[in-house]
Design a protein around this ligand. Structure first.
Ligand code: SF4
Length: 467
């Protein structure tokens, strides 16, 4: 049995941030090579602290869904997963045994050599024909002066493609550092130019800042009076959204396994937790804000406040992904990064078989089954606030300055709207949803949403938004 975990950044504000990771998880799931494909996020549920608990097997491969090496892949993700590794990840990845699971952590997909072919594919798609003689390629990276590793992949790909002779010229340019993308008319001589953004997803940079910095008016822009003569620029889609990235992820995962041909076993605690919840579900279960019923082996989930409503008055969903998509936003259309906040939208019901029910519950309330079961077995470890605060780095390090009164005030406000009970703050949870208390769900550690809010409080900006 093998589990594959894809780790994305996610966002507290933008519901679309996780879409690319969802999409690749679905593409890989369809191929049936892994017993499960799970997503985890820095800023959404399931969090990096929780995601390994949600894996069903003892053989877990973790792929950072990032375009380059840097702060997240070298510091944040290994730290939050508890890998005991910091700094550059070696080419073969990092392997650890954590809580009985063998966990292999790989380099980010963006640095895999196969991404060079994805750049060429994107260039081909953008060009009306593929004529190397008069076409220059710009491999465009974000660039940052904070971590030179993050740019290495851009220079490496540009050099590889230069040596391949497929283009008349190849340039590596950046948004945020020299050589900047705005200098392209001075450095590119060819009459045709294809620009391939080496970005993970379509977003603000690919849709706005790059076209603005390059003076592009659309997918094809003609410049009649450039220093080296007339030039036509073809603007490609970002590499990170290409279908072939799913193959790159699978290559990485297989390489991480090395010569090992042995699969893992089902994780005992995970199996026991889900066996218990499925047994309850067969009898009818209230879990958080939902009601689960069962008739003749077919399960139905709906918002508990929609109990008794005729089925035809509700939107009927038939897949776990349908449940995920219907519940990603609250009724006001706002993104729900923390799934246990009491803002689950109403108006839907899901009709599912047993296997799909598990995945739907996972999407609705990630890690809740595993953590609540561990709590009932008295093995759920709590992380007090000072430990969480000490672990923070980068822009979040300032939460270490928060006074206990500030943390409590923010938590009262934020966690007051959450189903979970703050065990990390010393609260008690004598009964859980396994005992018939729907909202009886433990919170073992402050989530990143709360950490971000505490940071805002310390900065004197609370109420002004967070990222
Ligand atoms: Fe909910 Fe607060 Fe725990 Fe976050 S820290 S999951 S908001 S109880």
């Amino acid at each position: 049995m093998r589990s594959l975990v894809l780790i994305g950044h996610g966002s507290h504000l933008n519901g679309e941030s996780a879409s690319a990771v969802y999409r690749y998880a679905e593409l890989i799931r369809e191929r049936g090579l892994y017993d499960e494909v799970i997503e985890g996020y820095w800023k959404e549920d399931p969090s990096l602290r929780q995601v390994l608990k949600t894996t069903a097997s003892t053989d877990v491969t973790v792929i950072p869904m990032f375009i380059s090496e840097g702060y997240f892949t070298e510091t944040v993700i290994p730290r939050e997963l508890g890998l005991g590794h910091q700094g550059p990840v070696p080419p073969g990845g990092v392997a650890r045994v954590l809580g009985g699971r063998t966990v292999r952590y790989t380099l980010p997909y963006g640095v895999h050599p196969a991404m060079t072919d994805v750049i060429v594919e994107r260039a081909r798609e953008a060009l009306p024909d593929f004529s190397a003689a008069d076409t220059a390629l710009i491999v465009l990276g974000h660039g940052t002066t904070r971590n030179e590793n993050s740019n290495r992949v851009i220079y490496h790909n540009a050099q590889t493609l230069r040596e391949s002779g497929q283009f008349a010229e190849v340039h590596a340019l950046f948004l945020d550092e020299d050589p900047k993308v705005g200098t392209w008319p001075e450095v590119v001589r060819a009459a045709r130019v294809v620009v391939v953004p080496f970005f993970a997803s379509e977003g603000w940079h690919t849709l706005e800042t790059i076209p603005e910095d390059m003076d592009l008016s659309g997918p094809v822009t003609v410049f009649a009076e450039n220093p080296h003569g007339p030039q036509t620029v073809y603007y490609a889609k970002p590499v990170g959204t290409h279908r072939a990235v799913a193959d790159v992820i699978l290559h990485l995962a297989e390489e991480a396994s090395g010569a090992s041909t042995e699969d893992g076993d089902p994780d005992h605690a995970h199996t026991a937790a889900w066996a218990t919840v499925m047994e309850r579900a067969r009898q009818g279960l209230r879990l958080g804000e939902v009601l689960i019923t069962c008739q003749s082996g077919v399960f139905e989930i709906r918002h508990a406040l929609d109990e008794g409503m005729p089925g035809h008055e509700l939107q009927t969903l038939v897949t776990p992904e349908g449940v995920r998509d219907a519940t990603r936003r609250d009724e006001g259309g706002h993104h729900r990064p923390v799934h246990t906040l009491r803002n689950l939208p109403r108006g839907w019901r899901a009709v599912l078989n047993e296997a799909d029910l598990k995945r739907a519950i996972h999407y609705l309330y990630p890690a809740v089954v595993e953590e609540t079961y561990a709590h009932t077995c008295h093995v759920l470890r709590h992380t007090p606030w000072p430990t969480t605060a000490r672990r923070q780095t980068g822009i979040y390090a300032k939460v270490q300055k928060a006074t206990p009164a500030q943390v409590e005030a923010v938590a009262e406000d934020v966690c007051g709207g959450c189903l979970r009970t703050r065990l990390w703050a010393g609260r008690k949870l004598p009964h859980t949803f396994f005992d018939g208390v729907p909202g009886g769900i433990p919170c073992a550690e402050a989530c990143t949403f709360l950490v971000a809010e505490v940071r805002e409080e310390v900065s004197g900006k609370r109420g002004g938004g967070h990222t």
